[in-house]
Design a binder for this molecule. Structure first.
Ligand code: DGL
Length: 255
Protein backbone atom coordinates (compact mmCIF):
# COMPACT_ATOMS: atom_id res chain seq x y z
CA UNK A 1 0.00 0.00 0.00
CA UNK A 2 2.90 2.38 0.72
CA UNK A 3 3.52 2.97 -2.98
CA UNK A 4 -0.09 3.74 -3.95
CA UNK A 5 -1.84 7.03 -4.56
CA UNK A 6 -5.50 6.60 -3.62
CA UNK A 7 -8.06 8.94 -5.22
CA UNK A 8 -11.45 8.86 -3.59
CA UNK A 9 -14.96 10.15 -4.35
CA UNK A 10 -18.55 9.07 -3.90
CA UNK A 11 -18.83 8.33 -7.63
CA UNK A 12 -17.75 9.62 -11.02
CA UNK A 13 -16.56 13.11 -10.11
CA UNK A 14 -13.14 12.24 -8.73
CA UNK A 15 -12.22 10.59 -12.03
CA UNK A 16 -11.45 14.10 -13.30
CA UNK A 17 -8.69 14.45 -10.72
CA UNK A 18 -7.64 10.81 -11.11
CA UNK A 19 -7.20 11.23 -14.88
CA UNK A 20 -5.35 14.52 -14.49
CA UNK A 21 -2.93 12.87 -12.04
CA UNK A 22 -2.41 9.83 -14.25
CA UNK A 23 -1.73 12.01 -17.27
CA UNK A 24 0.81 14.17 -15.47
CA UNK A 25 2.44 11.40 -13.43
CA UNK A 26 1.99 8.15 -15.35
CA UNK A 27 4.75 6.43 -13.40
CA UNK A 28 2.79 6.04 -10.18
CA UNK A 29 0.58 3.26 -8.80
CA UNK A 30 -3.02 4.41 -8.48
CA UNK A 31 -6.19 3.26 -6.81
CA UNK A 32 -9.52 4.93 -7.60
CA UNK A 33 -12.33 4.29 -5.18
CA UNK A 34 -15.93 5.29 -5.85
CA UNK A 35 -18.16 4.86 -2.82
CA UNK A 36 -21.21 4.37 -5.04
CA UNK A 37 -22.98 2.35 -2.38
CA UNK A 38 -23.37 5.61 -0.45
CA UNK A 39 -23.83 8.00 -3.38
CA UNK A 40 -24.83 10.81 -3.19
CA UNK A 41 -22.84 12.22 -0.29
CA UNK A 42 -24.19 15.73 -0.71
CA UNK A 43 -27.57 15.04 0.87
CA UNK A 44 -26.42 12.67 3.65
CA UNK A 45 -26.10 13.59 7.32
CA UNK A 46 -22.88 14.95 8.77
CA UNK A 47 -22.73 12.14 11.35
CA UNK A 48 -23.07 9.44 8.72
CA UNK A 49 -20.41 10.98 6.51
CA UNK A 50 -17.93 11.54 9.35
CA UNK A 51 -18.06 7.83 10.11
CA UNK A 52 -17.87 6.83 6.45
CA UNK A 53 -15.01 9.15 5.45
CA UNK A 54 -13.02 7.99 8.46
CA UNK A 55 -13.61 4.33 7.55
CA UNK A 56 -12.30 4.89 4.04
CA UNK A 57 -9.28 6.89 5.18
CA UNK A 58 -8.44 4.26 7.81
CA UNK A 59 -8.70 1.50 5.22
CA UNK A 60 -6.11 3.18 2.98
CA UNK A 61 -4.11 4.93 5.68
CA UNK A 62 -0.82 3.21 4.82
CA UNK A 63 -0.82 4.51 1.25
CA UNK A 64 1.54 7.13 -0.20
CA UNK A 65 -1.32 9.63 -0.49
CA UNK A 66 -5.08 9.77 -0.20
CA UNK A 67 -6.55 12.47 -2.38
CA UNK A 68 -10.09 13.33 -1.32
CA UNK A 69 -11.35 14.09 -4.82
CA UNK A 70 -14.71 15.16 -3.43
CA UNK A 71 -15.65 18.53 -1.99
CA UNK A 72 -18.32 17.15 0.29
CA UNK A 73 -15.91 14.63 1.80
CA UNK A 74 -13.23 17.35 2.00
CA UNK A 75 -15.62 19.50 4.04
CA UNK A 76 -16.32 16.54 6.31
CA UNK A 77 -12.62 15.73 6.67
CA UNK A 78 -12.21 19.14 8.30
CA UNK A 79 -14.67 18.05 10.99
CA UNK A 80 -12.82 14.86 11.97
CA UNK A 81 -10.71 14.93 15.08
CA UNK A 82 -7.97 12.85 13.50
CA UNK A 83 -5.37 14.36 11.14
CA UNK A 84 -3.41 12.29 8.64
CA UNK A 85 -0.18 13.47 7.04
CA UNK A 86 -0.93 11.71 3.76
CA UNK A 87 -4.49 13.02 3.23
CA UNK A 88 -5.09 15.89 0.79
CA UNK A 89 -8.37 17.80 0.65
CA UNK A 90 -9.23 20.11 -2.23
CA UNK A 91 -11.28 23.10 -1.03
CA UNK A 92 -8.51 25.35 0.28
CA UNK A 93 -6.39 24.96 -2.85
CA UNK A 94 -9.32 25.51 -5.19
CA UNK A 95 -10.42 28.64 -3.30
CA UNK A 96 -6.94 30.18 -3.49
CA UNK A 97 -6.71 29.43 -7.20
CA UNK A 98 -10.13 30.99 -7.91
CA UNK A 99 -9.35 34.11 -5.87
CA UNK A 100 -6.13 34.57 -7.85
CA UNK A 101 -7.85 34.16 -11.21
CA UNK A 102 -10.85 36.42 -10.53
CA UNK A 103 -10.36 40.05 -11.57
CA UNK A 104 -13.47 41.59 -10.03
CA UNK A 105 -13.36 39.29 -6.96
CA UNK A 106 -16.96 38.18 -7.41
CA UNK A 107 -17.03 34.39 -7.37
CA UNK A 108 -19.88 31.92 -7.73
CA UNK A 109 -19.66 28.45 -6.19
CA UNK A 110 -21.85 25.55 -7.23
CA UNK A 111 -21.58 22.52 -4.97
CA UNK A 112 -23.61 19.88 -3.18
CA UNK A 113 -26.14 21.01 -0.60
CA UNK A 114 -23.91 19.83 2.22
CA UNK A 115 -20.73 21.48 0.91
CA UNK A 116 -22.57 24.81 0.79
CA UNK A 117 -24.14 24.25 4.21
CA UNK A 118 -20.76 23.45 5.75
CA UNK A 119 -19.50 26.73 4.29
CA UNK A 120 -15.80 26.00 3.74
CA UNK A 121 -15.71 27.75 0.36
CA UNK A 122 -17.48 30.78 1.78
CA UNK A 123 -15.00 30.90 4.67
CA UNK A 124 -11.84 30.64 2.54
CA UNK A 125 -13.07 32.94 -0.21
CA UNK A 126 -14.26 35.64 2.18
CA UNK A 127 -10.89 35.53 3.92
CA UNK A 128 -9.32 36.00 0.50
CA UNK A 129 -11.29 39.26 0.13
CA UNK A 130 -13.75 38.08 -2.47
CA UNK A 131 -17.54 38.24 -2.56
CA UNK A 132 -19.03 34.75 -2.74
CA UNK A 133 -22.28 33.63 -4.34
CA UNK A 134 -22.89 30.04 -3.15
CA UNK A 135 -25.49 27.82 -4.81
CA UNK A 136 -26.66 24.46 -3.45
CA UNK A 137 -26.95 22.13 -6.40
CA UNK A 138 -27.10 18.44 -5.41
CA UNK A 139 -29.62 17.82 -8.22
CA UNK A 140 -26.82 18.23 -10.72
CA UNK A 141 -24.95 15.25 -9.20
CA UNK A 142 -28.00 13.08 -9.84
CA UNK A 143 -28.26 14.22 -13.45
CA UNK A 144 -24.57 13.61 -14.13
CA UNK A 145 -24.65 10.17 -12.51
CA UNK A 146 -27.72 9.15 -14.54
CA UNK A 147 -26.30 9.76 -18.03
CA UNK A 148 -26.05 6.01 -18.76
CA UNK A 149 -29.78 5.48 -18.27
CA UNK A 150 -30.90 8.46 -20.38
CA UNK A 151 -30.85 9.06 -24.12
CA UNK A 152 -28.55 11.85 -25.32
CA UNK A 153 -31.58 14.10 -25.86
CA UNK A 154 -33.09 13.35 -22.47
CA UNK A 155 -29.77 14.05 -20.80
CA UNK A 156 -29.18 17.38 -22.46
CA UNK A 157 -32.81 18.50 -22.03
CA UNK A 158 -32.73 17.64 -18.34
CA UNK A 159 -29.43 19.42 -17.90
CA UNK A 160 -30.49 22.55 -19.77
CA UNK A 161 -33.83 22.84 -17.97
CA UNK A 162 -32.15 22.49 -14.62
CA UNK A 163 -29.33 24.94 -15.37
CA UNK A 164 -31.71 27.51 -16.81
CA UNK A 165 -33.68 27.55 -13.59
CA UNK A 166 -30.81 27.28 -11.10
CA UNK A 167 -28.46 29.76 -12.76
CA UNK A 168 -31.01 32.59 -12.53
CA UNK A 169 -29.44 32.92 -9.06
CA UNK A 170 -26.33 34.39 -10.70
CA UNK A 171 -28.28 37.02 -12.65
CA UNK A 172 -27.01 40.52 -11.76
CA UNK A 173 -24.24 39.14 -9.54
CA UNK A 174 -21.62 40.03 -12.15
CA UNK A 175 -19.46 37.04 -11.20
CA UNK A 176 -16.40 36.63 -13.42
CA UNK A 177 -15.49 33.21 -11.98
CA UNK A 178 -17.45 30.08 -11.18
CA UNK A 179 -16.02 27.34 -8.97
CA UNK A 180 -17.18 23.84 -9.82
CA UNK A 181 -17.23 23.00 -6.11
CA UNK A 182 -18.28 19.43 -6.72
CA UNK A 183 -15.91 17.25 -8.72
CA UNK A 184 -18.83 15.91 -10.77
CA UNK A 185 -19.52 19.38 -12.12
CA UNK A 186 -16.40 19.60 -14.26
CA UNK A 187 -17.98 17.28 -16.83
CA UNK A 188 -20.55 19.79 -18.06
CA UNK A 189 -18.75 23.15 -18.20
CA UNK A 190 -19.72 23.56 -21.87
CA UNK A 191 -23.38 23.63 -20.80
CA UNK A 192 -22.73 26.38 -18.20
CA UNK A 193 -21.34 28.67 -20.88
CA UNK A 194 -24.75 28.99 -22.51
CA UNK A 195 -26.09 30.65 -19.35
CA UNK A 196 -23.06 32.38 -17.84
CA UNK A 197 -20.97 33.12 -20.91
CA UNK A 198 -17.25 33.24 -21.14
CA UNK A 199 -16.29 33.63 -17.49
CA UNK A 200 -13.59 31.61 -15.66
CA UNK A 201 -14.65 28.07 -14.80
CA UNK A 202 -12.54 26.57 -12.03
CA UNK A 203 -12.14 22.88 -11.25
CA UNK A 204 -9.79 21.31 -8.72
CA UNK A 205 -7.85 19.10 -11.16
CA UNK A 206 -4.93 21.32 -12.02
CA UNK A 207 -4.36 22.70 -8.52
CA UNK A 208 -4.30 19.23 -6.99
CA UNK A 209 -1.88 17.98 -9.65
CA UNK A 210 0.50 20.87 -8.98
CA UNK A 211 0.20 20.66 -5.21
CA UNK A 212 1.00 16.94 -5.07
CA UNK A 213 4.14 17.61 -7.07
CA UNK A 214 5.28 20.04 -4.36
CA UNK A 215 4.57 17.53 -1.60
CA UNK A 216 5.59 14.15 -2.99
CA UNK A 217 8.41 12.56 -4.89
CA UNK A 218 6.51 11.52 -8.01
CA UNK A 219 6.84 9.57 -11.24
CA UNK A 220 9.45 7.04 -10.17
CA UNK A 221 7.55 3.72 -10.54
CA UNK A 222 8.88 1.55 -13.38
CA UNK A 223 5.89 -0.76 -13.91
CA UNK A 224 2.93 1.26 -12.67
CA UNK A 225 -0.47 -0.26 -11.88
CA UNK A 226 -3.97 1.22 -11.69
CA UNK A 227 -6.96 -0.36 -9.97
CA UNK A 228 -10.48 1.04 -9.97
CA UNK A 229 -12.85 0.03 -7.19
CA UNK A 230 -16.46 0.69 -6.38
CA UNK A 231 -18.39 -0.19 -3.26
CA UNK A 232 -21.45 -0.47 -5.54
CA UNK A 233 -22.07 -2.55 -8.66
CA UNK A 234 -18.88 -2.82 -10.79
CA UNK A 235 -20.69 -3.37 -14.11
CA UNK A 236 -22.91 -0.38 -13.51
CA UNK A 237 -19.98 1.85 -12.59
CA UNK A 238 -18.11 0.74 -15.69
CA UNK A 239 -21.12 1.77 -17.82
CA UNK A 240 -21.36 5.10 -16.06
CA UNK A 241 -17.64 5.77 -16.58
CA UNK A 242 -17.94 5.02 -20.28
CA UNK A 243 -20.39 7.92 -20.67
CA UNK A 244 -17.58 10.30 -19.72
CA UNK A 245 -14.95 8.52 -21.83
CA UNK A 246 -13.28 6.77 -18.91
CA UNK A 247 -12.49 3.15 -19.65
CA UNK A 248 -11.16 0.45 -17.38
CA UNK A 249 -11.85 -2.68 -15.39
CA UNK A 250 -13.88 -2.02 -12.25
CA UNK A 251 -13.56 -4.17 -9.13
CA UNK A 252 -15.84 -4.53 -6.15
CA UNK A 253 -14.52 -3.52 -2.76
CA UNK A 254 -16.17 -3.92 0.63
CA UNK A 255 -15.15 -1.36 3.22
N1 DGL B 1 -18.27 14.63 -6.12
C1 DGL B 1 -18.71 15.01 -4.83
C2 DGL B 1 -18.23 16.40 -4.47
O1 DGL B 1 -17.24 16.86 -5.02
C3 DGL B 1 -20.16 14.95 -4.48
C4 DGL B 1 -21.15 14.09 -5.08
C5 DGL B 1 -22.15 13.55 -4.08
O2 DGL B 1 -23.08 14.24 -3.66
O3 DGL B 1 -21.94 12.39 -3.74
O4 DGL B 1 -18.78 17.03 -3.60
Amino acid sequence: MKDKIVVFDSGLGGLNIFNALRTKYPNENYIYIADELNLPYGTKSIEFLKKRIKEIIEYFKDSKAIVIACNTASSIYGLLEERYDNVYEIIRLTSIHAANISKNKKIGVIATNLTIELGKYQEYLTNLNTTVYPLKYSELVDIIESKNVLTKEEYSTKLNESLKEKFTYFKNTNIDTLICGCTHFGYVIDYYKKYLGNINYITSDEVVVNYLNEKLDLNKVVNPTTTIYTTGDPMEFKEKMKEYNCLGVVNKIII
